[in-house]
Design a protein. Structure first.
Length: 296
């Protein structure tokens, strides 16, 4: 790889440039291209990062194309983090535990799946809210691919208890069954989507929202404002960087005086870990932070 720094913050595509892709549907909203390309340019790494919208029927062929085309690897986003596992040659123990992959690395034609969401979330939550995971109880909204990584991170971080709320209770129960075997000391519980049936929020140290609710400006909060309180840290994986924009949940958290953060920190930390997997080098995390806090 070319290690000459460009100094401009822009990737220069040459005949030697290698490619990393983002696979998902949709991908047009993603900040990962500007973040990863800023890091490649700053470090003089002769790679470029390209978003690729992949339809459901195209996923298998898109994954195999990584090796066929000699790509460095890929990120995987909604809705394919779970489904992509079956198309890979190998999956790390951490990603196997979670049951979801967000980063693929191609090594001599073999595709290895990793999950950087879990450690990325753990670093971001404690950094952005100032709240420790260890010894606390946490309420997680959602039971999809992002929830899997976050629940694993919370358990690995030493949480005392985790309650999962989901529209489809069976999915929440399956998620709990997966992790209860591995983390028997954690107190696990599930609940449905009816806030009136939820436990008291006073029992929890943190609320973590993992669903796509909030990606649209008109989306309502999945959590009633009255359920929040100043001692409950609120983390919403959805992020907006437009001036004055936030999710309804985070607006409510701010209004009640609760510590809160959006998913931008998680995006940066998981992206930095993925960058290191592709390059074998330490990621320039400050460059990546600056890139996503600026408008494209």
């Amino acid at each position: 790889m070319n290690r000459q720094r460009t100094g401009s913050g822009r990737v220069r595509v040459r005949g030697t440039t290698r490619v990393v892709i983002l696979m998902g549907d949709p991908v047009s909203h993603s900040l990962s291209p500007q973040m990863q390309n800023a890091a490649f340019a700053a470090e003089g790494v002769d790679y470029c990062y390209v978003p690729c919208r992949v339809g459901p029927s195209e996923l298998r062929s898109a994954v195999r194309a990584i090796a066929t085309l000699g790509l460095v690897g890929a990120n995987v986003t909604i809705p394919y983090k779970e489904r992509v596992v079956s198309y890979l040659d190998d999956v790390t123990p951490e990603a196997t535990l979670i049951g979801a992959v967000n980063t693929i690395v191609s090594r001599k034609g073999r595709l290895v799946g990793h999950n950087t969401d879990a450690p990325g979330f753990l670093r971001a939550f404690q950094e952005d809210t100032g709240i420790s995971i260890r010894g606390g109880r946490f309420f997680v909204v959602g039971a999809g691919g992002s929830a899997r990584a976050i629940v694993a991170a919370v358990a690995l971080g030493g949480a005392r208890g985790v309650t999962i709320a989901n529209r489809t209770l069976a999915n929440a129960r399956r998620l709990v069954a997966r992790f209860r075997r591995v983390f028997p000391r954690v107190e696990w519980d599930v609940t449905g989507w009816n806030p009136r049936a939820w436990p008291s929020s006073l029992a929890f140290r943190g609320l973590i929202q993992t669903t796509p609710l909030g990606m649209s400006p008109t989306d309502p909060s999945p959590v009633p404002k009255g359920w929040l309180h100043p001692s409950l840290a609120v983390y919403d994986v959805v992020y907006h960087i437009d001036s004055g924009r936030s999710t309804a949940l985070l607006r409510d958290a701010r209004a009640v005086g609760a510590p809160y953060a959006n998913g931008l920190g998680m995006l940066v930390h998981q992206g930095a870990l993925a960058w290191s997997l592709w390059t074998g080098r330490r990621a320039p995390i400050d460059v990546m932070r600056r890139a996503v806090r600026l408008q494209p």
